[in-house]
Write a protein that binds this ligand. Structure first.
Ligand code: SAH
Ligand code: DHB
Ligand code: MG
Length: 228
């Protein structure tokens, strides 16, 4: 569909993304090399956009995060944006299922000078999350959920258990090009994020909303939940 300027919406979203990123998103070599490495390794091009990375960075700064947990590392692009918001003594733990993704991410984090700041843990998050709890980790200040969507609600519940009042929990991809509007989705990813969104809407444990986004990844949204 064309809008009044005669542009398709996809083109409009890409232009809006560029308008913002030209002004507010400076990607240095470490971030650009990370995106390149993901392409070269044949990994999926589903990292957050530069605009979204800057937003995550800003959120981490706003909550004064010293301890960040990420679920779903891929090549470490969002990891770098988040870790760069940490003070010198800050730490980020990122959970990744896929060995190859973790290997690529490890190299990218080293290139960004973040090898000491970021700890990667490889394995299914449904195993690595309870392990974090069992080893008595201090609560995290910010949790970014961005792994497989069918178990998003379980990831959120583990995130809550690893939080304190004031922790910010962010979940990526909770609008999915508007697919969440469907009452009977034929897609386990959509069902998974719908379960999280509906839980957040009613949970007395958090104050939450969804920030809709448009950009080079189309129409999506990030759920934002502050732990009470
Ligand atoms: N946060 C990244 C993108 C993550 S893509 C960024 O924006 O830069 C989703 C990642 O989650 C993939 O690397 C995938 O391998 C990983 N993943 C999928 N299922 C998982 C699971 N069960 N546990 C941990 N990670 C998982
Ligand atoms: C998909 C996953 C993501 O984390 C994302 O940001 C975009 C797309 C996907 O699995 O399709
Ligand atoms: Mg995502």
């Amino acid at each position: 569909m064309l809008n009044r300027q005669g542009m398709g919406t996809t083109d409009l979203y890409a232009r809006i993304d560029r308008y913002i990123s030209d002004r507010f998103v400076a990607e240095d070599d470490a971030l650009l090399n990370t995106l390149a490495s993901i392409g070269e390794a044949g990994m999926p091009g589903i990292s957050v956009t530069g605009c979204q990375g800057k937003l995550l960075h800003l959120f981490a700064t706003l909550v004064g995060a010293k301890r960040i947990l990420e679920i779903g590392t891929l090549g470490g692009y969002s990891t770098i944006w988040l870790a760069r918001a940490l003070p010198p003594e800050g730490r980020l733990i990122s959970l990744e299922l896929n060995d190859e993704h973790a290997a690529v991410a490890r190299e990218n984090l080293r290139g960004a000078g973040l090898a000491e700041t970021v700890e990667l843990r490889v394995g299914p998050a449904l195993s690595t999350l309870p392990a974090l709890k069992e080893e008595g980790q201090d609560p995290f200040d910010l949790v970014f959920i961005d792994a497989d969507k069918p178990t998003y609600l379980q990831y959120f519940q583990f995130a809550l258990a690893l939080s304190r009042p004031g922790t910010l929990i962010i979940a990526d991809n909770v609008i999915r090009q508007g697919a969440v509007l469907s009452a009977e989705p034929d897609d386990r990813d959509v069902e998974g994020v719908q379960r999280l969104n509906d839980f957040l809407a009613h949970s007395p444990e958090v104050t939450a909303t969804i920030l809709p986004t448009v950009g080079t990844k189309g129409v999506d949204g990030m759920a934002l939940a502050r732990v009470r």
